[in-house]
Design a protein around this ligand. Structure first.
Ligand code: NDP
Ligand code: 8X3
Length: 249
């Protein structure tokens, strides 16, 4: 039975991933900062598989290292790492951007992904196998007005994915990124700091991806035979052609 570790499993894409991997007989390690959500999800998934919860902030390197080191032996050989935790904070032109928002995005989306990877990779290197999936974004392939720092963090995820693929190639480790377009999750609520009306407007008049659509694709990527590595995949709603071209009814 394989083990998957998913960051940001308390909501959206990460939670949908936890559910699909549990359904497909993976042992699942679910991570996030919201304890109530982790324990609710652990109760739900424990009906299907073995589940372990890790409560930590990906941007706190000591907590990341301690959490991964605390894994009990039956969960410690991680076969698949889904680096999903992340968010956009704010949508402002560069001249008006908040330093706190910038710090949060860089610390979580980039440094957090690195801290978790750094803690998980040595085991994969020792075992000469493993699969790392980084969740990028269409914002990592293109930039759009006011997206500045969020786009920069997702471009960094794209660059780090390509670098990891090269560095880990001698060890037989698969690395790839999934870059979604618009997915209706708590993402826009977080970006707009709890303004649910503004968040709902983002998806008005179009059919966005659901978190389950993205999780299903991630599971497809992970379930290919070991000699196949899908290294870069963009997934958009049919109503979206690029970061800025959207067909709203
Ligand atoms: P959600 O807001 O629904 O979920 C974000 C998840 O990240 C939560 O589980 C949250 O858990 C976790 N998280 C955020 N900050 C931290 C932190 N500091 N430490 C640990 N966990 C953290 O958004 P999505 O599901 O949409 O986002 C998941 C990923 O997908 C992100 O990387 C996002 O950039 C990317 N993405 C999203 C798109 C979209 O349109 N929704 C499109 C393209 C990419 P908790 O708060 O409990 O810590
Ligand atoms: C989230 C999608 O277009 O809001 O990464 O940047 S977008």
């Amino acid at each position: 039975m394989k083990t998957v570790l998913i960051t940001g499993a308390t909501s959206g894409i990460g939670r949908a991933c936890a559910r699909i991997f549990a359904k497909n007989s993976f042992k699942v390690i679910i991570c996030g900062r919201r304890e109530d959500r982790l324990s609710e999800l652990q109760d739900e998934l424990s009906q299907r598989t073995e589940v372990h919860s890790l409560l930590f902030d990906v941007s706190d390197k000591q907590s990341v290292t301690a959490a991964i080191a605390s894994l009990p032996p039956i969960f410690s050989n991680i076969d698949v790492l889904v680096n999903n935790a992340g968010n956009a904070h704010g949508l402002d032109p560069i001249q008006n951007g908040s330093l706190d928002d910038w710090d949060a995005m860089i610390d979580i989306n980039v440094k957090g992904l690195l801290y978790v990877s750094k803690a998980v990779i040595p085991g994969m290197v020792d075992r000469k196998k493993g699969h790392i999936i980084n969740i990028g974004s269409i914002a990592g392939k293109e930039v759009y007005a006011n997206g500045n720092v969020y786009c920069a963090t997702k471009h960094a995820v794209d660059a780090l994915t390509k670098s990891m693929l090269i560095d880990l190639n001698p060890f037989g480790i698969k690395v790839g990124a999934i870059h979604p377009g618009m997915v209706e999750t708590e993402f826009s609520e977080v970006r707009f700091k709890g303004d649910t009306d503004r968040a709902a407007n983002v998806y008005k008049g179009l059919t966005p991806l659901s978190p389950e659509d993205v999780a299903d694709t991630i599971h497809f990527v992970v379930s290919r035979p070991y000699h196949i590595n899908i290294s870069d995949l963009v997934i958009l709603p049919t109503d979206q052609a690029s970061a800025t071209v959207v067909n709203r009814k």
